[in-house]
Design a protein. Structure first.
Length: 449
């Protein structure tokens, strides 16, 4: 039987992930705070039998270089993810609901309680995307001048996840007995107090909510550095990967899965989803034309600034039609290492002009453009060679790009037996084929593994 894929929808901008998406004639720039827009997206993805609706986030708005940011409103005018996902829990019935909350600017108890609540309200469909944050705008919102060093942020994140999981294990599966005859609401032996004393956190207590339908909400991560991959190998259940080719993705897949044994983990307990930005057209030429129209809408201020953000360098004064001078390029990245390394690779190998570089740079995966069959061919190749377990789908404009994919590409994937025709269960763990974590006394819910 052919291996089947998982599919997630990434929503980092309400109008789509292209920097000019809000300028697309079919987009609605004012939809960023409109719940009906997100409901439409989530229901479309659910119609396409997607595993997960995933909201990316950063707890900040840019407060500098507003001339550039005003043309590219990245993470500007956005709804807080857990609030949004809670609203979507009532508007959907099967699709998983995942959101980003930073370990750098929140407390483990709050996050454990929020996602446990979401898991209950959604009937077992919650997922938490663990990030350490990667910009100083967020740091300044929380009283810091800059972010801590990269490795220190990941050390904190590792302990943070451990505390959250302990809190999710506060109660046994059968702790709440609701026994009117004895007058006992819960079994005192079913409560397990967390007494954690660590490097970053001291927590004594327990969650004030029952164990969730999934046992634990699903843990998502996307760290690409060595320390990030090590954290994922120990704790993640879904990883969002951003390799630029199937071959490099295959190496990354094997590397990450190969790290899991030392933590006593089965590689099957982790689903690696490759970032897959696509544009569907009648043909490859038609899709290329759609992409080119969007690229032409990218303002030079935006092009310079997007590159500068991931290079951690100010490029605003540089001429567009000359290469970036070597002395303006940092030696190392402290923020998004994978994106930094990708830009530097293009510069070393091709020495493009600044304009050529920003028009080519896509912040991760290169867009796949073509007919439904062309796109299915690429996805099948990645899956078949073991480069991923599925895909984190990204669309340049929404809802149009998602509509095209659900109505044209999903049926082709189903025809090839690469994707489900219907959901096999009710929870996100069931969609993904992930085990249900046992409670503190080793018990599982009936029918789980």
């Amino acid at each position: 039987m052919a291996k089947t894929m998982s599919l997630a929808l990434l929503v980092d901008q309400a109008v789509g992930n292209h920097p000019a998406a809000w300028l697309h004639p079919d987009s609605q720039p004012q939809c960023s705070t409109d719940i009906s827009h997100y409901t439409k997206l989530a229901r479309l993805a659910e119609q396409g039998r997607f595993d997960l609706f995933f909201v990316a986030d950063t707890p900040a708005v840019r407060t500098e270089n507003l001339r550039a940011w005003s043309r590219f409103p990245f993470y500007t005018n956005t709804i807080e993810p857990v609030t949004l996902l809670t609203a979507l829990a009532g508007a959907t019935s099967r699709i998983g609901l995942g959101g980003t909350v930073s370990t750098s600017f929140s407390e483990p108890y709050n996050v454990a309680r929020q996602f446990a609540s979401l898991d209950h309200l959604s009937g077992g469909r919650a997922a938490w995307n663990v990030v350490t944050s990667a910009n100083d705008y967020a740091a300044r919102n929380f009283g810091h001048t800059t972010l801590p060093p990269h490795d220190q942020r990941y050390q904190r994140a590792g302990e943070y996840v451990d505390v959250v999981r302990k809190l999710w294990d506060s109660w046994d599966e059968d702790a709440f007995v609701y026994d009117r005859e004895s007058g006992r609401y819960f079994d005192p032996d079913g409560l397990h107090i967390v007494d954690h004393k660590g490097t970053f956190f001291n927590v004594y207590g327990a969650l004030n909510i029952a164990r969730t339908p999934q046992g634990h909400p699903v843990i998502i991560q996307a760290g690409a550095s060595d320390v990030g991959r090590e954290l994922a190998a120990r704790t993640a259940e879904v990883v969002f990967a951003s390799d630029s080719s199937a071959e490099s993705a295959k190496k990354g897949y094997d590397d990450l899965k190969g790290r899991m044994a030392k933590y006593g983990r089965d590689p099957a307990s982790l689903r690696i989803l490759a970032g897959m930005p696509v544009i569907v057209g009648r043909s490859q030429a038609d899709a290329e034309e759609k992409h080119q129209r969007l690229q032409e809408m990218v303002h030079p201020d935006v092009g310079r600034f997007r590159l500068g953000t991931d290079l951690e360098a100010d490029l605003s004064d540089l001429p567009l039609d000359e290469p970036i001078p070597p002395d303006r390029l940092p030696k190392n990245a402290n923020l998004h290492k994978a994106f930094f390394d990708g830009i530097m690779k293009i510069i070393r190998e091709e020495n493009p002009t600044l304009r050529q570089l920003y028009l080519r740079y896509e912040r991760g995966r290169k867009t796949i453009k073509g007919s439904p069959s062309d796109i299915a061919d690429v996805m099948e190749h990645w899956l078949t060679i073991g480069a991923c377990d599925g895909f984190m789908m990204q669309f340049h404009w929404l809802p149009g790009g998602l509509e095209d994919f659900v109505t044209q590409v999903v049926p082709e994937l189903q025809r090839r037996s690469l994707f489900r025709r219907d959901y096999r269960g009710a929870t996100l763990r069931e969609h993904l084929g992930l085990p249900h974590p046992a409670d503190a006394k080793g018990a599982n819910r009936p029918g789980t593994r």
